[in-house]
Structure formats: C-alpha cells, structure tokens
Design a protein around this ligand. Structure first.
Ligand code: F6R
Ligand code: MG
Ligand code: MG
Length: 362
C-alpha cells in the first residue's frame, strides 16, 4: 500500500492583524477532516503557524487528488465563513478564486504532498513557516541533505553516503532542473543561493525515493499583486536511509536571514519555535517556523513531537531576537528592506512614480 502525506495550508483570517487564527477556525477545519477520517482520509492533524492554518492529511489517493483537495478547500471555506462573521483580519485571504475545480494548486493555498512506500517505522517532520516564502527552505534543505558539517550521516551512514538529488524550480521562469549532490553541489549552490529566483521543490534519494517536498506556490504571481507572503510548508522524511530527525532539525539552530517579515518586504531571521509560540507580533514577526515530528503506520499518525519546543533551541531564539534587532536598526534602509525585485509590497512603485516628473536629467 502506498501512503500519501498532504500538507495543505492557507491564511483564511486572523485576530488583531496577521497574528493567529481564531480557535473556531481551527475547529471548523478539524470537524471537516474528522468527517472524512476512515473514508477519504486515513488520518489528519490540524495546527497553525502564525496566521496560517495547516492541514496535515494522510490517505491513499496519491498527490493532486481531487477528493483530498476538495476536503481542504471545503475546510478553508467553512473557516472563512466564521472568519467573516467574526470580522477577522484578511478573512479568506488565500482563497483567491471562487471557481474551485478540484485542485487547490494555483488557487492560493500552499501544497506539499508526497506519495511513499512506508518503511516499517516511517518517520517524517512537517515544517511550517509564517512571514516568509519557500526559498527560506533552500539553505536548511542544503544543510540537511548535502552538508556533512550538519548531517553526520552523509559521512558515517553507508545508506546516505551516496548523497541526494535536488529538484530546483525557477519560480519566476517556470522551469526546473534536477542536480546531484555531492557531485554538483557547487552548481546547486549557484542556483539556490539566489533565493529570489530559485526554490528547492523536492529532494530524492539517489535510488529514487522521495525525501522532501516543499510548497512553492507564489501567491503574488497567482493573484497578480501582493496578497501576503507564501508562508511555506514542507515534509521531510527522516531516519534509516534519510538524515536523522536531529540532523533535519539542526540547521534551524543557527538562525539565518530570509525574505518576508513585515509586508513581505523585509529581511529578517527565521525563528524556530514550539507550536504555542508561533504568534509573530513584533513588526509582524520575526518570521517563525515550527517543526512537528510524526511516526506513521499504515497512514495512522502517531504524535507529533513539537520539535522546536526543545530547550536546545532556546539559544537559537535568543540569537534570532538579536539578529532581528540588528535588522530593525536599519528601519526603511536596505539590507532590512528588500531590493525592488524582491519587495512584495510593490506599491512602493506608486510612491516612486509620483516623484518621476520631478526627476532631472544628470
Ligand atoms: C506579511 C503580512 C503583514 C502585512 C501587514 C500590512 O506577510 O501579511 O506583515 O503585510 O500587516 O497589512 P495590510 O496591508 O493588510 O494592512
Ligand atoms: Mg495574514
Ligand atoms: Mg501567514
């Protein structure tokens, strides 16, 4: 039996700004999924990272299943009704169209799905981030699957010593390429270091099994204007033939700067937090990430362990707060402000246009 894990997420409204959804929205989503448990779905887990609701679902319908996407869409629609009744901010924000035709791809929600042959003791980690976009995963995915200074198994474990394959998307040019590591590590880095253009979509074992998948939907491209950051999710398999859970988590112990934060237009640190601390309020951030480690047997989920709640990540949070201070010091200046090509709040062009007539030739 093959099992599919589907992580589908959307921001359908939050309390007091872009902070966190109301409990009733989460309940509405849980109720919808509960109705399908034992029918279309095997199991599910619902949570939030910041203002984004995250549906983690298991089933046997494969990726891009019309049935499963419809359940997710209906759950978000139910939640949106409540969000509108409560007057929540950004109600229904990520449901960009009413013309749903059975696949949420291109409709606003973010999607990360993988179909797998379960190992006897399947382990995966679901990562969910708020106030950033999917290229925020480029650096940690490289560390997990290609950097022996992070992943001891690349050196020590014959099962992963061969390395991995990275499928990279040009999210602007709508192209993709697959590169092998360690052989093509430098080529890979030449691409994925350019985080405004390239995002890692999937990672595979050399033997072909999928190891990781990230959501790379670009909300602003779908809507044609800024509607909010993509706030990506990803699923990463761990242990026995894959990096260990601790190797998958460790890149986040060394916070790094990513694009997003306030108005999707600022560079800031990605702060690893437990589920209860995924409420970004300081300057609408700093950007957050949660990591839930699951066991799974025949599609039944066991757990999760709220991995970043570990006190071992306390220092990372402290560091991320210091890094946030350093960036905030710059106010409206780069490098805190993103360069024009990366600014999600592209309305700055309206401000600049107003000044254009007063520009004198030099
Ligand atoms: C970031 C985000 C927020 C908003 C900001 C302004 O992804 O969603 O930082 O961009 O709060 O929101 P509006 O324009 O709705 O007032
Ligand atoms: Mg929002
Ligand atoms: Mg969000």
């Amino acid at each position: 039996m093959k099992t599919t894990i589907s992580l589908i997420k959307a921001d359908i409204g939050s309390i007091g700004g872009h902070t966190k959804p109301h409990e009733r929205l989460l309940e509405a989503c849980k109720n919808r999924l509960e109705e399908e448990k034992g029918k279309t779905l095997i199991d599910y887990y619902v949570t939030n990272c910041g203002d984004d609701i995250e549906l983690i679902m298991t089933h046997t319908k494969g990726v891009d299943s019309k049935d499963v996407h419809t359940i997710a869409w209906d759950a978000f629609k139910e939640g949106t009704k409540i969000a509108k009744d409560l007057g929540l901010y950004g109600a229904g924000q990520d449901l960009l169209s009413d013309a749903f035709s059975g696949n949420v791809r291109g409709m606003g929600p973010g999607i990360a799905e993988m179909e797998i042959e379960e190992r006897p003791a399947e382990v995966f980690v679901a990562f969910m981030a708020d106030k950033t976009d999917s290229s925020a995963f480029n650096l940690p995915l490289y560390e997990m699957f290609a950097n022996p200074f992070n992943t001891a198994g690349l050196v020590l474990d014959p099962k992963i010593h061969d390395g991995f394959k990275f499928e990279v998307q040009d999210v602007k040019g709508h192209k993709s390429i697959t590169l092998n590591t360690p052989e093509e590590s430098y080529d890979l880095l030449a691409l994925i270091g350019l985080t405004d253009i390239y995002a890692v979509k999937r990672v595979y074992r050399k033997s072909g099994e999928i190891a990781a998948v990230a959501s790379t939907e670009k909300l602003s491209f779908i809507a044609g204007k800024y509607v909010g950051k993509d706030d990506p999710g990803m699923i990463v398999r761990a242990q026995s033939g894959y990096p260990a859970t601790g190797e998958v988590l460790d890149p986040f112990a060394r916070p790094f700067y990513i694009a997003g934060w306030m108005r999707g237009s600022h560079r800031g640190p990605l702060m690893p937090v437990g589920e209860k601390d995924a409420i970004p309020t300081r300057f609408d951030g700093p950007p957050r990430i949660i990591a839930l480690a699951f066991s799974m047997k025949n599609g039944i989920l066991v757990g999760p362990v709220d991995a970043f709640a570990d006190v071992g990540f306390d220092k990372a949070r402290e560091k991320a707060n210091e890094m946030a201070d350093i960036m905030r010091r710059h106010g409206p200046f780069q490098p805190h402000l993103l360069p024009p090509g990366e600014l999600e709040y592209a309305t700055i062009s309206e401000v600049l246009k107003k000044l254009e007539p007063r520009m004198k030739k030099m």
